[in-house]
Design a protein around this ligand. Structure first.
Ligand code: SF4
Ligand code: SF4
Length: 715
């Protein structure tokens, strides 16, 4: 990874008396160190990648503290790390993107939750839900409920977030239970400040070694008959202990207000949006002073019945603001109220949408309805006005911009090495007809959008090969599974390749070998090549980074294996065609090699800038379209999809169609030239080399070129 987190690492070193400024996710990272963690692990993914990325780069500092950091190969291995806290009094934290990562980790999580923990164990999950989400819309809450893991959802406010992280370890130790902390997208990215404390060096660590392994205790194994006892402990001992801690430590927050006939119970993570919505209704101010009493649940599981009943006492009605489906919290509250014979009316999903984000619009509408029904003496005219303005604005925007604003789906970066492979696949389809494509998670999933529109299924990270296992047996044409190198090491090697080999499957797998898990922020994989400079800087052994996908596949017995250079589109096309039509029965793997352009540019830009500063010869490559020969049929655009390859009005008055045009964003990857060649399109593309600080030879060549061109033009 070429991004430097120098500033963030400095922020991690702050001590007592200093003020931390920054994002919520970095505040969590700092709070882990203040809590004396012995180990941290995880698998990257939005919105928590920053936590692990910063920790990995901060290794030299963490080594001084004795904190071990592990960049795990998947969430399952991260969850399994927490086993260290079962039998040792050490604190540990792991992180991943949820709900997908929690799905992957769930086997280890169940086996961790059953025996419980001695040292505090914290699982920080990025709750990727709502408008900015990139995964299936489900809730981590379900996992907490089924395994009896406590779930925190902190109010997006840095001092609160830090306090919750510190309490999470205490809660975990007080109840012998791992704690999950769901960090919503907005919580991760909220900015603020808090008064830092000194980081705590753990008492058992890579600096202070544990001299003996823990004593054998069958009771701590997730294995019958111990598991029967664990189930009883979870609900008879650990949960009451957790409820006691949550109540006495004041983890949930009560915000008093004068309208005591009603109340609001809100997931902590939604608190900021709630205050903003109340402000729109004139029922709160910008400082959070509310008219309606609010119980903000920084711990959403387990709920504390006593605390809830106290809040409900004497109220006519209470509204629960719980995002997503199903309404776990509302159902549990209803059960507690029913058991206690409480007569306060409970409202919740009846006033809100079942699925989707609770943004200000959703909240204002729900709050307006609730107040109209249960506190008609309080004016919520502002809410009705808001709805009217919103409807009018929407309608006028639809009329004004209808059809004028095109959809802008996400796309590959300019010069992405994965784009040529899909261009080649399009050319193959011209030869063999439409193919079943098993898509996967990663940058290559952008090929599901136009101009490629490839992908018949996406079943999870590294699951493309496995998801074509049945299809290939009833399809006349071989389906093609696409996977990135990130997905290959995360899961694809076992669930796809190994399974296909075991079943002697006749499939085609294309592995995009771009060197990184690019979609999550270009983190390194076991096969990421190390530059010599990095090798020296990191003191790595020569073997690191030399494990290749090809070596691994050969070692597993894959007999049909080809490596292609992505930008050689004709070669890629021919190799894919061969894989799809070959008489060879068995797994056929095409490794499509080309470095992630984003990382390549990050790597090259400083080198180029330095050379320019030193006055050294520097060459930049760009492509262009000769407007005179471009016919304006735009086949090149439909085949490459490069965002810098666009159209412009022709300066020739006889040409009515716009011509193709390359903008300044071109990085000179060469795809457009290659694709026109492979698809036998037209000779319009030309390559330019822009030379800074040219040599005498460059100048001489340039003069000769000019002279020849002038002579030819004169002739
Ligand atoms: S991050 Fe890298 S692999 Fe992903 S789209 Fe951009 S260039 Fe392609
Ligand atoms: S215009 Fe052509 S050479 Fe330039 S980045 Fe796009 S595909 Fe690559």
């Amino acid at each position: 990874m070429e991004v430097s987190f120098h500033e963030e690492i400095e922020a991690l070193k702050l001590g007592a008396g200093e003020t931390f400024h920054g994002e919520g996710i970095l505040a969590v990272t700092k709070a882990l160190l203040q809590s004396g963690v012995t180990y941290v692990g995880g698998y990257q993914g939005s919105p928590i990648s920053h936590l692990l990325d910063v920790m990995v780069q901060a290794r030299p500092y963490l080594n001084e503290l004795g904190v071990h950091v592990e960049a795990c190969t998947n969430e399952s291995s991260a969850a399994a790390m927490l086993a260290a806290s079962i039998m040792y009094p050490v604190r540990g934290a792991v992180t991943w993107k949820s709900v997908v990562g929690t799905n992957v980790a769930s086997d280890a999580l169940s086996n961790l939750a059953s025996p419980g923990v001695m040292g505090g164990a914290l699982i920080v999950v990025g709750e990727d839900y709502g408008e900015g989400a990139s995964v299936i819309q489900e809730r981590t809450h379900a996992f907490a409920l089924k395994s009896a893991l406590w779930l925190m959802d902190p109010r997006p406010n840095l001092p609160t977030i830090v306090r919750m992280v510190e309490h999470a370890f205490e809660l975990s130790e007080a109840s012998n239970t791992p704690v999950m902390m769901e960090l919503r997208i907005r919580t991760c990215h909220v900015r603020g400040s808090f008064e830092a404390k000194d980081n705590q060096a753990p008492s058992i660590s890579s600096v202070h070694l544990q001299q003996e392994p823990s004593a054998f205790s069958y009771d701590q194994l997730a294995h019958p008959p111990a598991t029967f006892r664990h189930e009883k402990l979870k609900y008879d001992v650990r949960m009451p202990a957790a409820r006691h801690y949550i109540e006495t430590a004041g983890l949930n927050e009560l915000f008093e207000g004068p309208l005591t006939q009603v109340g609001l119970v809100v997931q902590g993570g939604l608190y900021n949006t709630l205050i903003r919505s109340l402000q729109q209704l004139g029922l709160a101010d910008a400082q959070g002073q509310t008219e309606i009493p609010i119980l903000a649940l920084n711990v959403v599981y387990p709920l504390v019945p006593n605390q809830l009943l106290k809040f409900f006492e004497g109220k006519k009605a209470v509204l629960v603001l719980e995002e997503g489906q199903p309404e776990f919290i509302e159902q549990e509250i209803a059960t507690h109220l029913q058991r206690a014979g409480c007569r306060t009316q409970l409202a919740g999903k009846s006033h809100f949408i079942m699925g989707g984000e609770y943004n200000a619009e959703v909240m204002i509408k729900g709050l307006t309805r609730f107040m109209t029904e249960h506190a008609p003496e309080v004016s919520v005219q502002a809410g009705h006005d808001y709805e009217k303005v919103l409807t009018t604005t929407r309608q006028s925007a639809l009329t004004e911009f209808a059809g004028a604003v095109p959809a802008r789906p996400p796309n590959f970066c300019t010069g992405c090495p994965e784009r040529p492979v899909f261009a080649a696949l399009k050319l193959v389809e011209r030869q063999v007809g439409a193919l079943h494509i098993s898509a996967d998670i990663g940058c290559h999933s952008f090929a599901t959008f136009e101009p490629f529109s490839f992908g018949n299924s996406i079943l999870g990270y590294g699951m493309s090969m496995a998801s074509s296992a049945a299809v290939k047996n009833f399809s006349a044409k071989r389906p093609v599974a696409i996977m990135g190198d990130g997905g290959f090491w995360h899961n694809g090697l076992l669930s796809g390749v190994s399974s296909t080999l075991l079943n002697q499957g006749d499939g085609v797998l294309v592995i995009m070998k771009n060197g990184y898990t690019s979609a999550t922020g270009t983190q390194e994989t076991v096969s990421t090549p190390l530059s010599e400079a990095k090798r020296v800087a990191e003191g790595s052994s020569a073997t690191v980074g030399e494990m290749t996908i090809e070596n691994t596949l050969q070692g597993m017995g894959v007999q049909w294996l080809r490596t292609v250079h992505n930008y050689h589109v004709a070669d890629v096309r021919d190799t894919l065609y061969e894989a799809i039509t070959s008489p060879f029965k068995g797994l056929k793997v095409v490794v499509a090699e080309g470095e992630c352009q984003l990382e390549r540019q990050r790597r090259l830009k400083p080198i180029r800038a330095k050379r320019l500063q030193q006055g050294l010869r520097t060459v930049r490559t760009r492509y262009g379209v000769d407007e005179d020969t471009c016919t304006g049929d735009h086949s090149c655009i439909r085949l490459s999809g490069c965002p810098t390859l666009t159209i412009k009005e022709s300066s020739d008055p006889l040409k009515t169609a716009p011509v193709a045009h390359v903008t300044d964003g071109c990085v000179g990857c060469g795809l457009c030239g290659e694709v026109t060649d492979a698809a036998v399109l037209c000779p319009s593309f030309y390559k330019i080399e822009i030379i800074s600080h040219p040599s005498w030879w460059d100048r001489l060549c340039e003069q000769v070129n000019r002279w020849v061109i002038q002579r030819l033009q004169a002739a």
